[in-house]
Design a protein around this ligand. Structure first.
Ligand SMILES: CC(=O)SCCNC(=O)CCNC(=O)[C@H](O)C(C)(C)COP(=O)(O)OP(=O)(O)OC[C@H]1O[C@@H](n2cnc3c(N)ncnc32)[C@H](O)[C@@H]1OP(=O)(O)O
Length: 497
């Protein structure tokens, strides 16, 4: 594999073991690693680092695109390697360490990490570890199933370790579009004018002298573990399809809608699946994670083009998709996450953004990240990049969690990631609240009537009526605003007796 995939002969001598490559990483370093939602992460060197830590303990700051697969975050956490982690994660062990204060987590908009790095508002990357499908004749690094932040990490790092992974099809080359915005404040506009705009190169154009080590690997990405659509997610998808159909009828959208973004997780994936049987045609996606539903939409002919920063598929879909990647390549592109999530482009293209709320409140504020306002779930990810700048910011959620013990619609969110100014539409299995151009008092009525689970509707109405008696632009009974959460802590359920 070496000569086919390392096409610059002078780099052949850089092939070393994962242990040797890991020895380049020292205590206190900032490491920038490939990987975005379990796709395309470096797999061998981080494990060598974890294994080494018992004998030679070090602590690092680890930056990635987003979450990692192959238990990398779990093993690094258990080995005590992580001092700081950013900008996103979704691993249960790391989540616990973050919530215990053992690992410091910086929950960052996914488009912003490399802007901070480039403008020296964060400590620079010492070593970049990038999974690649090939190294080109001029030393360019061809990423695998994600681009994420890999390009900027590799271009800014003092040293680069490349993990050349033979389990990825060589045909992935040509899928990526690497573009790095210029320096501010005199930056040019970013020339993406449609989902399928190609504005960059197929490989990350690094200085080959900075490639310090190449490690040969063959482990594939972890499969996404997505639950099949259930009656609630099917109902959410149906409400959304009806709503979007009406937007078409009213002449506000064409039958191809505007480019779609959909967040991670079961609910957003199921909602997109719902579009396979929708009346819409010639759909496009300008998103960050492309999940199983993207492949289903491409196969159904409903979706004509998808742009993302990573492809995160379940095992059966990956098995059917990657061997035939050549067939899809003219309908797909993978970009750096600062381009997939760039505010300028999201606003220009008029994205319809669909993300999942952990909880929302009666006025349409959304908490995507903090359970009970304190405990980190995964992070804001790209949801804020999209919600703030979208044509229409849609948040979906099941109306209850934990077998009905939690209402996901509450009087006041315990942590606010997306405030009422950014949130246009809320959808639960019970219905859809169109909050566009409504005042908070109007928003509360429609959210309570359309989205709250019937088991919680009376207590929501009671809260709101008593809040109205106190007055205000956004009325609240402040001493009771978190009483539902307190009730859950006391009794196990948010239901007030
Ligand atoms: C990489 C990217 O950025 S992609 C772009 C968008 N990014 C984001 O939106 C990031 C923030 N969003 C997320 O992390 C996820 O979408 C979540 C956590 C909000 C929802 O995840 P989903 O998998 O779609 O929903 P799901 O209903 O399965 O909920 C996940 C868990 O949260 C629990 N949960 C849901 N609501 C609540 C709540 N209000 N309080 C406590 N727990 C809750 C569920 O019970 C479930 O727990 P379990 O794993 O023990 O079963």
């Amino acid at each position: 594999m070496s000569k086919d995939r390392i096409r610059r002969p002078s780099l052949l001598s850089k092939v070393v073991s994962a242990d040797q490559a890991a020895s380049l990483i020292h205590d206190g370093m900032t490491v920038g690693m490939s990987g975005f939602t379990r796709a395309g992460e470096a797999k061998a060197v981080p494990l060598a680092l974890a294994a080494r830590n018992a004998a030679h303990p070090i602590k690092i700051t680890l930056l990635t695109g987003a979450s990692l697969g192959n238990n990398i975050d779990k093993l690094l956490t258990e080995a005590g390697v992580l001092a700081r982690r950013l900008p996103f994660q979704s691993d249960a062990t790391l989540r616990n360490a973050i919530n215990q204060g053992d690992v410091l987590f910086i929950d960052q908009h996914l488009s912003e990490t490399v802007e901070f790095l480039r403008s020296h508002q964060m400590k620079p990357v010492d070593v970049a570890i990038i999974e690649a499908v090939a190294i080109t004749e001029d030393g360019g690094i061809v990423p695998t199933t994600s681009v994420g932040n890999s390009a900027s990490f590799a271009l800014s790092a003092k040293q680069i370790i490349v993990e050349l992974n033979s389990s990825h099809a060589a045909e992935l080359e040509g899928l990526h579009d690497i573009y790095i915005p210029g320096k501010r404040p005199l930056r040019d506009s970013i020339p993406v004018v449609a989902s399928n705009s190609r504005i960059g190169t197929h490989a990350i154009p690094v200085n080959p002298d900075n490639i310090a080590a190449i490690v040969l690997t063959d482990k594939f990405d972890s499969p996404a573990s997505l639950a099949a659509p259930d009656s609630e997610t099917i109902a959410i998808a149906a409400h959304l399809t009806d709503f979007l159909s009406n937007e078409v009828k009213q002449g506000r959208l064409s039958n191809s809608l505007n480019p779609l973004q959909a967040g991670i997780g079961n609910i957003a994936n199921s909602v997109l699946y719902g579009l396979v049987h929708s009346p819409f045609e010639q759909l496009t996606m300008y998103s960050e994670v492309l999940q199983d539903s993207t492949v289903a939409l491409l196969d159904s002919g409903k979706l004509v083009f998808a742009s993302g920063a990573s492809m995160t598929l379940s095992q059966p879909v990956a098995d059917a998709f990657f061997p035939h990647i050549a067939k899809y390549k003219d309908r797909l592109v993978l970009r750096p996450q600062e381009i997939s999530n760039h505010p300028e482009i999201i606003r220009r293209l008029g994205i319809i953004a669909i993300n999942t709320a952990l909880e929302c409140d009666i006025y349409g504020n959304v908490n995507s990240t903090h359970v009970n306002g304190t405990h980190m779930m995964n992070g804001i990810g790209g949801s804020g990049d999209f919600a703030r700048n979208a044509y229409m910011a849609i948040f979906v959620a099941k109306s209850t969690a934990k077998d009905g013990a939690i209402s996901t619609v509450v009087p006041m969110v315990t942590h606010c990631d997306h405030n009422e100014h950014d949130v246009d539409i809320l959808v639960t299995e019970h219905g859809l609240a169109d909050l566009r151009a409504l005042a908070p008092r109007e928003r509360a009525k429609i959210v309570i009537n359309n989205c709250v689970d019937p088991a919680y509707r009376d207590q929501a109405l009671d809260y709101h009526n008593r809040a109205l008696a106190r007055g205000g632009q956004t009325p609240h009974v402040l001493e009771e605003a978190f009483s539902w959460h307190q009730q859950r802590a006391k009794t196990g359920s948010m239901r007030l007796s």
